[in-house]
Write a protein that binds this ligand. Structure first.
Ligand SMILES: Nc1ncnc2c1ncn2[C@@H]1O[C@H](COP(=O)(O)OP(=O)(O)O)[C@@H](O)[C@H]1O
Ligand SMILES: [Mg+2]
Length: 324
């Protein structure tokens, strides 16, 4: 399988290359996001306004060749606006299903924390079970079903923090941050000149088809081996975080499973059919930080990210020779 896998890597390179030709970001950042999508995980982008969250989500949706819908979350958005509803058709004397925007492959839930909790919760079933229930009837969503959500940092006005149950459904939380140099800032300006418009997404060509993307997901799921020593490594990381005296609530088993799935995707993207500890380390911060709640008395001095990084350092790394 190793040689076959390498042939699929060209698709991965095409996807990352296509995204980076529009969006100015470090290839590692894009690789982490793609790892989430390849392991069928939803992505939460958290950052201040204007850092390109919406644009990046739109570009990604185009590049992976999937159907795409965007919902702008606002304080008056209702669950039915996302999921859909049944409407009475008088001349036919029956109810008709009007499907909401959730019936798509990639849903951009833009500014998700501007809608109240009830509306946010409408996403839960879809995110976890890839199905929705409308008035007692359940409808399966076509694969892939991936939510790319954006949010402004919670301390900003007019936002409702996402409940833990919903946060836990996101595979990773990514922050792109401000451009790191004048050169990067200039590059963003140059891209805008080249596009000749504010939103270039309609010009972005898919790098794979939907079927091609599903195939990549299948390879990650079925052909990347995870040795027991890696499973123990992941379990030890999660436990060490949970047992940290500064932590009120640590990552759930779902968090550990997600870290394993993400590590498999990272291994694949690095051209391997087995996971090594470096794959876990590459994505652990983005995979676990949003699942850690710091006790209020420590919240000023330490962030969830710091705790994850510190705890990971305490866990002995398994020997690489054992993992093939
Ligand atoms: N890293 C980047 N690469 C390319 N363009 C960027 C980048 N960051 C910001 N931009 C530009 O800034 C504009 C605003 O981005 P947007 O996605 O609307 O921000 P947000 O959703 O985070 O508020 C984009 O249309 C794009 O022109
Ligand atoms: Mg936006």
């Amino acid at each position: 399988m190793q040689s076959n896998i390498t042939s699929y890597l060209s698709y991965v390179r095409r996807i990352v290359g296509q995204i980076c030709s529009y969006f100015v970001a470090r290839p590692e950042t894009i690789a982490k996001i793609l790892a989430a999508l390849l392991s069928n995980c939803h992505v939460l982008f958290e950052d201040y306004p204007g850092l390109g969250k919406t644009l990046l989500a739109k570009i990604i949706a185009r590049v992976i060749g999937c159907n795409f819908k965007r919902v702008q979350f606002t304080p008056d958005l209702l669950p039915a606006d996302i999921i859909g509803t049944k409407v009475w058709v008088p001349n036919r004397g029956k109810f008709k299903l009007v499907k909401g925007p959730i019936f798509t492959n990639v849903l951009l839930a833009d500014e998700i924390n501007r809608a109240p909790p009830k509306t946010q919760a409408a996403l839960l079933e879809a995110m976890e079970e890839r199905q929705v229930t409308i008035e007692g009837r359940t409808y399966k969503l076509d694969p892939p079903f991936l939510v790319l959500a954006t949010q402004n940092p919670i301390e900003m006005e007019g936002t409702y923090p996402l409940p833990e149950a919903l946060l836990d459904r996101f595979g990773i939380k990514m922050s792109m941050g401000y451009p790191r140099s004048v050169e990067e800032e200039v590059e963003i300006l140059k891209r805008r000149i080249a596009w000749k418009k504010d939103d270039p997404t309609e010009d972005v060509m898919p790098a794979v088809t939907r079927e091609g993307f599903l195939k990549l997901q299948m390879i990650v799921e079925e052909y990347v081996y995870v040795d027991d020593c890696i499973l123990e490594y992941i379990a030890n990381i999660v436990r060490t975080i949970r047992e940290d005296p500064r932590v009120l609530a640590g990552p759930s088993p779902r968090g550990a499973i997600t870290l394993m799935k993400l590590s498999k995707a990272i291994a694949f993207m690095f051209g391997r059919t087995y996971v090594i500890p470096d794959d876990v380390l590459f994505i652990v911060r983005e995979a676990l930080s949003h699942r850690v709640i710091v006790k209020p008395e420590y919240a000023e001095e330490v962030s969830p990210e710091d705790i994850v990084v510190e705890c990971v350092k305490k866990v002995p790394v398994p020997k690489v020779s054992n993992v093939r």
